[in-house]
Design a protein around this ligand. Structure first.
Ligand SMILES: [Zn+2]
Length: 227
């Protein structure tokens, strides 16, 4: 298994490592992260699954053993999302991004306390980009990351009656507003997350209301042309 610790891991490590901690402890901590991730996701379908868009390729199940480093493009998009939704100094837990050919389209799963792994199938992401253009994969990743941040914070504008999926959609809307994407890229992101729901997603008319709430609550100017 290869996991890519990102900014939040570094932040968390800094918080945990008091002044004077030695390198051995840092090394042990790093190993602990990997062990937690490996143990919790080993052996068939992981119990910590929070969201799964689409299904794995025929005859396959998502296997963490095939996790690979993500592309720099995807990594940059998720780092941008994290920076927008979880600014320092507090951040919002630890997350990992991984590319995996056995993954369904994209998924988010809990891999430890406060830790989420987001895995994506590179064929799917390539297809999304080809189909909808710039911003589309950002929308997918923002929705998946929404499942992570949903477990860390509840902003005043969040509707607690919403399902987990609607909350993730509203976080995606918030991210789209905060990073300042242009209207075309925002529309591409909306097309992408509308086109690839999970089996438990409600219909798009309900989802876009949640997206809009997150978007406007996070300072975005909603266009009635968005659909
Ligand atoms: Zn979801």
């Amino acid at each position: 298994m290869i996991l890519i610790p990102m900014k939040s891991t570094i932040i968390l490590s800094k918080n945990l490592l008091k002044d004077g901690a030695n390198m051995n402890f840092k090394y042990i901590l790093a190993i602990t992260f990997l062990l937690i991730s490996s143990t919790s996701s080993a052996g068939g379908p992981p119990g910590g699954m929070r969201c799964q868009l689409g299904v794995s390729p025929p005859g396959q199940q998502y296997s963490p053993a095939y996790d690979q480093p993500p592309t720099q493009y995807a990594l940059n998009e998720l780092n941008t999302i994290y920076g927008a939704l979880c600014p320092p100094p507090n951040g919002c837990g630890t997350y990992f991004l991984t590319l995996n050919n056995t993954a369904p389209n994209a998924l988010a799963m809990a891999v430890g306390p406060g830790q989420t792994k987001i895995a994506y199938n590179p064929n799917f992401m390539g297809q999304v980009f080809a189909q909808f253009g710039p911003g589309a994969s950002f929308g997918i990743l923002a929705h998946e990351f929404g499942h992570h941040i949903d477990f860390h914070t509840t902003p005043p504008w969040m509707n607690n009656a919403w399902s987990r999926e609607l909350k993730a959609d509203s976080w995606a809307g918030c991210a789209l507003a905060k990073v300042g994407l242009g209207p075309n890229q925002i529309q591409n992101a909306l097309y992408a997350i509308a086109a690839y729901p999970s089996p438990t997603h409600p219909g798009w008319p309900q989802r876009i209301q949640a997206v809009q709430t997150g978007f406007t609550s996070c300072g975005g100017q909603w266009s009635n042309n968005f659909n």
